[in-house]
Design a binder for this molecule. Structure first.
Ligand code: DGP
Length: 113
């Protein structure tokens, strides 16, 4: 499958690894929108939030269990951070492999626009 994030998770394409376990991989975004901008992905190819279901929900729960640990390691647990997933065209999703952006170390505006 020609998916760039699958290739990153398999280390076929280099990335700035932040975290890895059997189920998920986290790496620095190539085009950071904040001093901390990490992408957290399931190793399994899931296209978007639209494809979260009973068969993969444990991986998503696992991602959200790891996020506070990552936030601590990245030094944003106290200052605050944002976790966002973009879904589909209107959501601004540019890579069709589910990913969660973890952004921090700057004041993030809301609404996001
Ligand atoms: P989204 O727009 O939500 O689909 O975000 C995709 C993000 O992926 C975007 O912020 C840039 C990042 N990205 C795309 N290709 C690569 C890559 O090859 N390496 C890394 N590290 N990040 C990438």
């Amino acid at each position: 499958m020609d998916c760039i994030f699958c290739k990153i998770a398999k280390k076929e394409i280099p990335s700035g690894k932040v975290y890895e376990d059997d189920l998920i991989y986290a790496f620095n975004d190539i085009n950071p929108q904040a001093p901390v901008h990490v992408l957290i992905i399931p190793k399994m190819h899931i296209i978007s939030a639209n494809e979260i279901n009973d068969s993969n929900k444990d991986i998503i729960a696992h991602i959200f269990k790891v996020i506070p640990q990552l936030a601590k390691e990245l030094g944003v647990a106290e200052s605050g951070y944002r976790v966002v997933t973009n879904c589909g065209e209107d959501g601004g999703q540019s890579v069709s492999h589910l990913h969660f952006h973890l952004l921090g170390k700057r004041n993030l505006s809301w609404p996001p626009g």
